[in-house]
Design a protein around this ligand. Structure first.
Ligand code: HEC
Ligand code: HEC
Ligand code: HEC
Ligand code: HEC
Ligand code: HEC
Length: 385
């Protein structure tokens, strides 16, 4: 009878195996104790399993848009709309970049937790080649050998191979370059290739994955490449992008002309880049001693029209590739100093102050109440006659 009493026997087993394990532990390297289930060929493991040994990387990645590429409500709203509009065909478009694990497990209904992890560790470290805008964007080899920058990891859990691709912009190009029907919807990689940074070989990783001091799970100080990949969702990163200067003011009896300059000082691609519904807006305000002011704005953006000549404003339409032509693109290229002249009509008082600032604006058309607006730079000058 006792034999069938699992409660007792399993506790008994634990006691025995527990002491054997403790014995073994004193001989084996420490890592073995917390090893997650072994990696399997062809199966992408969850980020939590990597985090058992790479706690500091996991924490940064969790905050990144890569970790939220599926669960992000802005993506979900656009994906649902695209899915409905296309009778489900959108899954063959969107998921390759937003839920690439579905390429390996066929989970296009996004049911498995690992698929919902978006651009997850094991996927990105299994990429062996990329083909921007290719029929298939990646070659992957999923197993116990991971592609990394050094190629010297030799743990009981995984080995590693040195991958030049992981130190190159080509890795990012797979998803950050997107053309459909001859329309370049997103061209961050080619913008970068034609930039001064691209010419010098300053890759995406140098700006978006800088080495940072951190503490690993053994409490040791280490320096590790940041996996938070700050971009338009980071105020700190945004403020590195653009600088505005008020150069001169010309006064006439019927108008005031403000001459300004905008410099894309910090980005290795156009500003804004990526998904076209993001805009930069320059505001210029002239205020007289009487406190009356006038304001004007200039919008920097990429605008895409469909075959019928209508502007596409929804991410779901744009990203499905329904565009036919780029109707406007006045974004500021990497390294560019853009001269701008803003004219205010009517006389202005003798003493005026001019204020100029640039906002980064993203208002997804499908989610009316979520506008993202961040001030990137500001300048102010006073002028007397
Ligand atoms: C978008 C792809 C991508 C994702 C997702 C990603 N990594 Fe990385 N990882 C990289 C790249 C690229 C490098 C090398 C950076 C460099 O050399 O500039 C790297 C470097 C590393 C390194 C080496 C760090 C060092 O300083 O030697 C480790 C460890 C690592 N990643 C673990 C992880 C873990 C764990 C996760 C998930 C929590 C993860 N990565 C998610 C692309 C990725
Ligand atoms: C049992 C502990 C352990 C687990 C679990 C683990 N790693 Fe590692 N990994 C290490 C050690 C140790 C190194 C080498 C030293 C270092 O970079 O921290 C390493 C190095 C790496 C590197 C750098 C490789 C190189 O040579 O450039 C990458 C990338 C990496 N791991 C990714 C992952 C990913 C992705 C997972 C989850 C699928 C994972 N690791 C799970 C222990 C582990
Ligand atoms: C497998 C596809 C894939 C790869 C490879 C990839 N990314 Fe991404 N990346 C995405 C997606 C999808 C998003 C947007 C997620 C969202 O907002 O829903 C994103 C977002 C970002 C953002 C955040 C933008 C913001 O709005 O804040 C940055 C920065 C970024 N990626 C840089 C990189 C860099 C640098 C690399 C190469 C080291 C890289 N990515 C590789 C798919 C990828
Ligand atoms: C010289 C530094 C630098 C390099 C090189 C660089 N970036 Fe950026 N990137 C920035 C800065 C600064 C921003 C913030 C300004 C912004 O979002 O417009 C940014 C923003 C982004 C964004 C967010 C876009 C948005 O408008 O929200 C993405 C995505 C991105 N970069 C991807 C890349 C990729 C992919 C590469 C390589 C092909 C790359 N970056 C190369 C500095 C750089
Ligand atoms: C070639 C890869 C690729 C494909 C295909 C793709 N996306 Fe994306 N998507 C990205 C990248 C990369 C970003 C981040 C770009 C940036 O920040 O500049 C992004 C960002 C987005 C965003 C903005 C999310 C946010 O929070 O800022 C939405 C919405 C979106 N995608 C919807 C879709 C939909 C819907 C589809 C399919 C119809 C799709 N995408 C297909 C790569 C892709």
């Amino acid at each position: 009878m006792l034999f069938f009493n699992y409660g007792v026997s399993s506790r008994y087993c634990k006691a025995i195996f527990g002491s054997i394990a403790a014995l073994l532990l004193s001989i084996l390297p420490a890592a073995a104790a917390s090893d997650p289930p072994p990696l399997r060929t062809g199966v992408i493991s969850g980020a939590g399993e990597c985090g058992a040994c790479h706690k500091e990387v996991l924490e940064k990645w969790k905050d990144s848009m890569h970790a939220q590429a599926v669960t992000d409500p802005v993506f979900q709203a656009a994906y649902m709309q695209a899915f409905l509009d296309s009778d489900g065909k959108a899954k063959h478009i969107c998921l390759e970049c937003h839920a690439p694990v579905s390429l390996t497990n066929g989970d296009t209904n996004l049911k498995e937790p690992v698929t919902r992890e978006g651009i997850t560790c094991h996927f990105c470290h299994s990429i062996t080649a990329t083909h921007p805008n290719g029929k298939r964007r990646f070659d992957i080899k999923v197993g116990t050998t991971l592609a990394g920058p050094r190629g010297n990891a030799n743990t009981t859990y995984h080995s590693s191979v040195k991958s030049d691709l992981h130190r190159s912009a080509d890795l990012c190009a797979a998803c950050h370059e997107y053309e459909a029907n001859g329309v370049k919807i997103m061209a961050t990689w080619s913008e970068w290739k034609n930039s001064p940074q691209g010419a010098k070989g300053t890759v995406c990783q140098q700006c978006h994955m800088p080495l940072e001091n951190s503490i690993n799970q053994r409490g040791e100080r280490i320096s590790v490449f940041s996996h938070s990949l700050a971009g338009g969702h980071s105020i700190v990163q945004l403020r590195k992008g653009v600088v505005v200067n008020i150069n001169t003011v010309e006064r006439f009896s019927d108008r005031t002309v403000v001459n300004l300059e905008l410099e894309n000082a910090g980005a290795g691609h156009s500003l804004p880049t990526g998904i076209p519904t993001r805009k930069l807006v320059l505001y210029v305000q002239v205020t007289g001693a009487d406190n009356r002011s006038q304001k004007k704005s200039v919008v920097y953006e990429k605008v895409i029209f469909n075959k019928k000549g209508q502007e596409l404003v929804r991410d779901s339409d744009i990203m499905q590739g329904l565009g036919a032509v780029i109707a406007k693109d006045n974004r500021i290229a990497a390294g560019e100093r853009r001269k701008e002249q803003v004219v205010f009509y009517g006389a202005t008082p003798s003493e005026i102050s001019v204020t100029a600032w640039v906002d980064y604006v993203y208002q997804p058309a499908l989610l009316q109440n979520t506008e993202m607006r961040v001030e990137m730079t500001r300048a102010e000058r006073s002028f007397g006659r």
